[in-house]
Design a protein around this ligand. Structure first.
Ligand code: ZN
Length: 239
């Protein structure tokens, strides 16, 4: 079984054992307490194992706080799963290991809060569209990050899923299918002719074949502007 499958199973077991996953129950499941405080810039949460205490950034929106909390719980669960941990260390080192661990914690956190079956059902009904990001987030009361991770993981065609916002437009959050290398860093900007910028400025959805900024290969892009944000799915057309 792949690392990702094992992480999904860990998350599913945790959800079943501790539902409903209120913040207190999420932290309590690993015997931790929860406190809301100010953390250094760019940090949303942290776990202090010696104190059995999870700290969450108090100014984050509540849904984002819940996602961060689930992420910290995943760190704990992975840390205490010897098989998973040794496989992770066998297959990755250095920075790649760090990145992989963060991605796995995100994946597990998303699965805890938004069950895979719900995502599969929505994909079956509406296809792999960025419209599902705000829809799933609203319907299941999860942060949009959670919906993005779940769609990138479960979309039938390997794709990169993201949301962007602000002016000039920049990436808020992105996730990609395990078979894709494409990673767009948080804060990355776009060329002024980029279809995402066009979607943001005109308020019109864009369907276009394009390249992913900083990556090779051709993608089929659907960009969906809503409110102050643009949601996008880049589906890979060529390996
Ligand atoms: Zn982390």
């Amino acid at each position: 079984m792949s690392l990702r499958h094992r992480v999904l199973e860990l998350a599913q077991d945790y959800r079943r054992a501790h539902a409903p996953l209120t913040p207190e129950r999420l932290a309590g499941g690993i015997g931790a307490r929860l406190a809301y405080t100010r953390l250094p810039e760019g940090q949303f949460g942290t776990f202090l194992p010696e104190k059995k205490l999870i700290l969450i950034e108090q100014t984050s929106p509540p849904k984002r706080q819940r996602f961060t909390l689930a992420h910290e719980v995943m760190h704990f669960l992975i840390q205490h799963d010897e098989d998973l941990l040794s496989e992770l260390h066998e297959t990755h080192t250095g920075q790649a290991l760090e990145r992989q661990l963060e991605a796995l914690c995100n994946l597990g956190a998303a699965e805890m809060l938004l069950p895979g079956e719900a995502v599969e059902a929505a994909l079956g009904q509406k296809g792999q569209t960025p419209r599902l990001i705000p829809e799933l987030a609203e319907r299941y009361q999860v942060s949009e990050e959670v919906a993005i991770i779940a769609l990138a993981e479960r979309g039938p065609i390997p794709s990169l899923v993201l949301m962007a916002g602000s002016r000039p437009l920049r990436v808020y959050f992105s996730a990609h299918h395990p078979q894709l290398e494409g990673r767009l860093a948080r804060g990355m900007g776009f060329h002024r002719n980029d279809p995402l910028v066009v979607a943001a400025e005109t308020g019109l959805p864009q369907h276009i074949q394009t390249r992913l900024p900083n990556h090779s290969g051709l993608y089929s892009l659907e960009a969906y502007p809503k409110g102050k944000r643009v949601y996008a799915v880049y589906k890979r057309l060529q390996p």
